[in-house]
Every structure is written in C-alpha cells, then in structure tokens.
Design a protein around this ligand. Sequence first.
Ligand SMILES: Cc1cc2nc3c(=O)[nH]c(=O)nc-3n(C[C@H](O)[C@H](O)[C@H](O)COP(=O)(O)OP(=O)(O)OC[C@H]3O[C@@H](n4cnc5c(N)ncnc54)[C@H](O)[C@@H]3O)c2cc1C
Length: 506
Amino acid sequence: MERRGEISVSKPDRLIVWIRRDLRVQDNLALWSATQDAGSVIPLFIIDRDFLSLSPFRRHVMLKALAGLRDDLRRIGGVLIIRTGEPAEVLNQLFREARAAGVYLTASNEPAVRRRDDKLRSEVESAGRVWRSFAHNVIFDAGAVLTSAGTPFRVFTPYRRAWLARRDDIAPPLPSLLEMNSPVLDPGELPRVTPSEFPSGARLPEGGEKSAISTLRSFLGERVGSYAERRDVPGADGTSRLSHHLAIGSLGVRTVYKAIRDARRDDGNAGASAVQRLEGIEKFLTQIIWRDFYNQVLSHFPHVVDHAFRKEFDDLPWITDDGPFNAWREGLTGYPVVDAAMRQLRMEGWMHNRGRMIVSGFLTKDLHIDWRMGEKHFMEWLADGDLALNNGGWQWSAGTGTDAQPWHRIFNPVLQGRRFDPGGSYVKKYVPELSRVPARYLHSPWEMPERVQRESGVIIGRQYPAPIVNHPEERARALGKFRHGKKSAMVPAAKKAAMTAVRAGG
Ligand SMILES: Cc1cc2nc3c(=O)[nH]c(=O)nc-3n(C[C@H](O)[C@H](O)[C@H](O)COP(=O)(O)OP(=O)(O)OC[C@H]3O[C@@H](n4cnc5c(N)ncnc54)[C@H](O)[C@@H]3O)c2cc1C
C-alpha cells in the first residue's frame, strides 16, 4: 500500500485544520487525521489577499464549495470557521483564542506557497505547537514515480507507463467522516462575489462537493462512452467538466480514481458500446495522469514558474506589445475559432481543452507573445486555474515545455476550426456576429466575397475584424525564431493590424 504523505507526527488535543485547496469532507486526509488525533477539531478557511485577488469565477466556485462544506460539517457536528487576514496572524490569533495545540493541512506544491508554509511551520513549531501537513492533492506525489535511475520524468509517455505500473499501490479514498466535535467559536461569514464582477450574460459554473460527485457519476455513467470521440470537439459537451472541482479540491482525485476503477470493473460485457466505454475510461484516466505529471514537473523543476522548462529556450525573443495581446484577450483576432475560445473564457471562466491549445499556440507562435502573459491572463479568468496545469499547458504550447516535439507543432487556426468545429456550432455560439456566415467561410470569413458578406450581415473590418496576422507568414517566423533564436521583424505589422481589429470589434 502507498504510504500517506505525512511530514511530521504528534498526538495533540484540539486541532485547527487549515482548509485551502481541499474544500471537501470526503477523502480529506488532513481533516480525517485531525478527527482521529484530537477530541475537538476547528476547520478553518482564511480569506487572505491571495483569495481576494482570485478571478471572480474562481472565487465563485470556492465560495459555493465553502458553503457546501459548512453545511456538510454541520451535519456531522463540526463548525467551519471563516477568518479574514494574513495567515500568520489569523493562525496565531486562533491558536490563542481556541487553545489549539496545532494545525493540520494539505501540502501545496506551488513554490511560493511552500516557501510561505515553511516559514509558518517554523514559527508554529518554535512556539511549541504541532504542524502536520499531508501530500494529498495528487495520486502519486512527486517522488513516487521516477525513472529507473531515480530521476524525475521530463516527458509524459514514459511517465504514464511508470505511473500505470504502480496503479495497484493507489490507496483507496478514506472512509466517510461520520462525526466531528468543534468548540464554540464565532463562525464568521462567507463573503460574496457581486454580479457586477462578471461580464453581462456570464454563465457561472456549479460548485461544491455534492455537485462534483454528481458530475463525476453522470460523466462516468452516461457520457464517458463518447469521451474518446468527442473530447476534442469544443462544441460538444464531451468532457467531464470536473476541472474546477479538482483545482479547488471540492473533489478528491482518489475518489475520481476509484470511480474510474469501478466503472472499468462494471464493463465486463462485450459489444461496441462496452469497447467505446473502456476506451473513454482509459482516455479519461490518461488526463488524470497528465494532472499528476504536471504536478511533479512543478515540484521537481520549480524554475518553470518564471522560466522555460527547457532552459535552452529561456532566451527566445518574445513580444510584450499590448495591441495584438488586447485583440487576443478580447476575442477579436479575426480567426473565429480563436475568438470563440477567448470569449468562452470570459463568459464561463472555462475554456475547452482544444480551445486552450489553439489560443495558446496562436498567442505564442502567431503573435509571438510571451507565454507568461497568456498564462497570467488565463489565471485571471479561469475557475479551474491551477499553476501546475496552466504552466504545463502554456509551456507545452509555447514549445518551451515538456512536449516531445516542442516547436515544430504549430496549429493552423483555420484548419483547427474546420477539423474540430466542422459544423461551426462552437464559433456561432460564442461569435454570434458570424452566425449567418455560410459554413465554407465560417473559419476563414475574410475569404467571403463582398456580396456574401452583405448577405451574412457581417462586413469584414466592420462587424468582425480581418485577421490580425497572416498565419503562414507567422508560422515561418516562429520556426525561424526557434531555429535561430533571433528577433522577428513582424512586430509593427501585427501591432497595427491588432489596433484595427480592436476598433472594428469595439
Ligand atoms: C494552455 C493550457 C492551459 C491549461 N490550464 C489549465 C488550468 O489552469 N487548470 C486545469 O485544470 N487545466 C488546465 N489545462 C488542461 C485542460 O485544458 C483542462 O484540465 C480541461 O480542459 C478541463 O476540462 P474537463 O475537466 O472537462 O477535462 P477532462 O477532459 O474531463 O479531464 C479530466 C481532468 O483531467 C485533468 N486534465 C485534463 N486535461 C489535462 C491536461 N492537458 N493537463 C493536465 N491535466 C489535465 C484535469 O484535472 C481535468 O479536470 C490547460 C491546458 C492548456 C493547453
């Protein structure tokens, strides 16, 4: 059996459990261990500066999950305490107020959080209190899946093989918590996200552990059979939509793994649909392994936060101009599938994975803009923003990351649109000004003759921008840049076109 990731051991009486990205009752090792070790438990959530600076979509899902957690804890006798302030002060104050002997928490693998936690831990311990942290946000912690030489994997495929070879070691989720005692303390209040923080017409995601479990069940029960076929189609509801739950821990990843294993076991019968289900289940498991992969990349190679994973690409010349970047952010590049995905992000705080690959490739290889600007923009909007996965995805797309063929993979946004949104439902949903454009022009509307533009109610350059760059030219520049690491000469042209695009769309 896998050893649980415990860092230090002690047996205190009254304990704080500092809830962070583990907003659930089920399979929460820190919470569960505290109830085993102490007579009385104080589950605490801190509204700090980091929380207040999160995207509104992210705060929305976290607050939903916190409200659910508060109710679930109440049902078993616990009380969730909400405090506002900086963690060190809040913890010290609560240690004194509640006479708590220590704090349990789920460890983070984000370098800045780890540094902050290390400092806090030494303060807590030097005051004679207990600090116990558990690695429980991934299935296999960073050191658990290594090459035969004992080094971290740098490429996904062999990592996946090694991960699967250890799958029998995966501990099942913890038994449900049935009872908890909490001392009488002022519970505090949950803040709100005001509607004005969202764009008008925004669609807010579901939140909370209950909705996570029911989404997991309905996905594995009903939709996983078409996952292999539809997971790449942004216009289809083909993926699990579990990412924000996994990012904030309103769903434990071991619960997901157990559900996958159970679903596979249920599929003993033969037949085409059983084969499709198994294929879907395996593909879904592969995504969960990607999640572990990028988490171990972040743990072993913390330089990725600010630098290229592949150090030889750290000095590539990137552009930081606002013009093209703004056109990209607003969904006004003139490439419909790029614009649809960028607008989906603003409306839903989520973007389909194919969209994420297309827009990140477009920003870095067509606009030559620094991947870190795109990564930051995603974090400012995503409900599922997750440093490990977001950084891994951006570096993969930028060609600086773990992709085995990093820089010659350049997506053509027109062909991507035609291939993955052939009926145009995705583009028409998020770029409604193109809804009357005939299918053959939908992914390259600038090719419409003037008459067709008039009939479709969209004049290029007026109701919808002309493309801000010429893809074949930018592709050649990107290849040259990677090959020679030299500055590209296209900047002023892209900037000018982008300004026109923003004016046309505005
Ligand atoms: C540029 C870029 C940025 C990304 N940023 C994030 C991010 O901030 N947060 C995030 O959760 N995902 C991120 N992803 C990965 C992926 O796009 C999302 O996890 C996925 O779209 C979420 O939808 P889903 O839950 O329906 O996915 P499903 O296909 O149902 O996948 C199930 C789960 O597997 C994990 N997963 C799926 N795809 C990947 C992947 N490529 N890498 C690692 N794990 C994966 C996620 O936890 C996801 O919830 C990014 C991908 C790219 C290309």
